[in-house]
Structure formats: C-alpha cells, structure tokens
Design a protein around this ligand. Sequence first.
Ligand code: MG
Length: 205
Amino acid sequence: MPRIFCIGRNYLEHIEELSNQRPTEPVIFMKPGSCLTPVGLPITYPAHGNDLQHEVEIVYRVDKFGRFENSMELADQLDGVTIGLDLTLRDAQFELKKKGLPWEKAKAFDGSAPIGKFMPVDKTTRFDNLNFGCRVNGIERQSGNSGLMIFSIAKLLKAISRIWELLPGDLIFTGTPAGVASLEVGDEIEIFSDFTDSFRWSIVE
Ligand code: MG
C-alpha cells in the first residue's frame, strides 16, 4: 500500500476560513494507504463523529526513489496527477486540536482518502496552473487553482523528502482551497478538474 503524505494549510483563503495561522513551512501529516477509496465504492460516514467535511485536493504520485532537489525536473520525479478528497471529521479534529493531540482519528480513518484515476505527468503538465473543484448534489462547493498554493509541489517534495526519502508510489495530497463544508448521508460528491475526468462518490451510512 502506498504512503499518503498530506499537506495542511496550503491555500490562504482556506486558512482564513478555519481561522488558522499561515505556516512558515509545510504542515505535513499522513494517512495509511488503507484510507484510499477508489472510484466506484461508496464513502461510509464514519461512526465516530458528526461533521464529515470535504477537502478537494490535487494529488501527485511519486515515480522515483530519493530526495528531491531544486535542480530536478518535476516531470521526472512524478508519474501521475489526479484529484482526491482529504475527508475530515471536523468536530473530531477541533477537539483534538484543542487538546494538542494528533489528528489521525479526524483525518486518517478508513475511507478518508477517495481518489480519482491518475493522468500521466510530463513536460507539458502546468504544475502552477491546474484548475480543480468539487460539487455536492450538483452545487459547486470548492474551486481552486494550483497557482494559489503557498508551497508549490516542488517545495513540498523537497520538504517531505528531507524527512522521508521518497518511494515510488508515494501519494501527495497538496492541500485544499476555500469552501470546505459538511457532507450528509445520501449526498453525492463529484470532484472535477481541467486535467482529469470527474469522479463521484455517494455517502452512505
Ligand atoms: Mg486537506
């Protein structure tokens, strides 16, 4: 199973909507690979919280082993890009943050990483100008552009790989733009971008 690195607080308007501080270095957390929910399976509403929220994010897949340096070409180090959801139990996260405890119960539960199908990354990939977003029951909730990321994918690869040498197949969720909101049982969530198909999941009990 792949390792999943996730980046928090990477879009200014999302930092503001949750009243968080702008970070001076990337906020990194992880989810186990067992969190992945491929297209075609439902999202089960977690039993241990009451405020499940969507965070649509651009997701990259690592191609090469090692540490990333500025001199390297992104297109050589990454082999795929898609969009996914960093599903978050916001009520659980709020309680954990208040107590200074780790976030896993709020962000790394089973099914917390629905993910679309990967598109190849190559020299034509516009890493700093990718549009993406999500709709719930047909209504747009989030839209973003990778150019608004505080830390670019190159900076993220460098920051992550200083601590964890990259492995082929590692996934990197790059942070969510503003507009995060609650999901209910029965909702249908669709994520879309200008570089992939769109992908949808239903929320079930
Ligand atoms: Mg997120």
